[in-house]
Design a protein around this ligand. Structure first.
Ligand SMILES: Nc1ncnc2c1ncn2[C@@H]1O[C@H](COP(=O)(O)OP(=O)(O)O)[C@@H](O)[C@H]1O
Ligand SMILES: [Mg+2]
Ligand SMILES: [Zn+2]
Length: 252
């Protein structure tokens, strides 16, 4: 049903006046077609309403995109709860926190730098990464968090069914978080997969946030026979250390 009141279709046989639109004053008519169909003409108000509906639908689409990105971001229920938890700030995390939140708020298509978050277990490295992700996701960007262990398991499972969704997601999302790098014992296959992801994102200037209990130099020793992964990480991240709350800040 698409027409203008003024337009006459070739199959039109007759028109019957129904009423004038009280708002815009255009005639609203009933149109009869040769095949027996009829329709009611539209005034400009109805066209305008259609435009508004269209705009509304697009606004809803952005909501849909955000919702879809959230569904696919790798968060567990607990992770979603963490993003709602009010952060406790202390001397050990306030500086990294401020840097990360500024980063998240400014995140855009051209953001290429990521972070290497180093610190002891439990200081909130993953927690902060999830806070960053929540902001980035709410701004309409895609993000995905995974650990190396989970990533390798997923990639192997998916290869069996010829489905490379996780791998592709790791290459394509706007922000990738690789949580807890260095805790696993990577096989040669794992190392090759990791290099491919890290290198592809490096080449395409897409950011990665890493969290780790290992100093970055230890990653080189443990993970990287050739120093290739190490050099990509160093070349594409800001290194931040998160200290435990009771830790005195030492000036080096
Ligand atoms: N600054 C913080 N404020 C509030 N809760 C925190 C904070 N840091 C950590 N937590 C809580 O402690 C838990 C463990 O932190 P997590 O980020 O997993 O540590 P890490 O990744 O450094 O080992 C989180 O699930 C979170 O609920
Ligand atoms: Mg963690
Ligand atoms: Zn009207």
């Amino acid at each position: 049903m698409k027409r203008k009141s003024s337009k006459v279709l070739s199959t039109e046989t007759k028109r019957k006046f129904i009423k004038k639109c009280p708002t815009c004053g255009e005639d609203i008519e009933k149109v009869y077609l040769s095949n027996g169909d009829t329709f009611i003409t539209e005034c400009r108000c109805i066209e305008r309403q259609r435009e508004l509906d269209e705009i509304n639908k697009m606004a809803n689409n952005k909501k849909l995109i955000i919702q879809k990105n959230k569904e696919q971001c790798g968060f567990s229920k607990r992770d979603f709860e963490d993003t709602q938890t009010k952060i406790i700030l202390n001397k050990g995390n306030i500086d990294p926190y401020n840097k990360l939140i500024d980063y998240a708020n400014a995140f855009n298509e051209n953001t290429s730098i990521g972070f290497y978050l180093f610190g002891s277990p439990g200081v909130g490295k993953s927690f902060l990464s999830k806070k960053v992700m929540a902001i980035v996701l709410n701004h309409g960007f895609s993000a995905y968090i995974t650990s190396v262990t989970k990533l390798m398991k997923d990639i192997k499972n998916e290869m069996k069914v010829y489905n490379d969704d996780t791998f592709r997601k790791c290459l394509e999302v706007d922000l990738l978080v690789i949580d807890d790098i260095g805790t696993e014992k990577p096989t040669d296959f794992d190392k090759a997969q990791m290099f491919e992801i890290i290198n592809s994102r490096y080449e395409n200037k897409k950011p990665i946030i890493y969290t780790s209990n290992l100093k970055i130099d230890d990653i080189k020793m443990k993970y990287d026979d050739f120093g290739r992964i190490y050099s990509r990480i160093v070349g594409s991240t800001i290194q931040l250390t998160i200290l435990s709350p009771d830790h005195r800040i030492e000036v080096e």
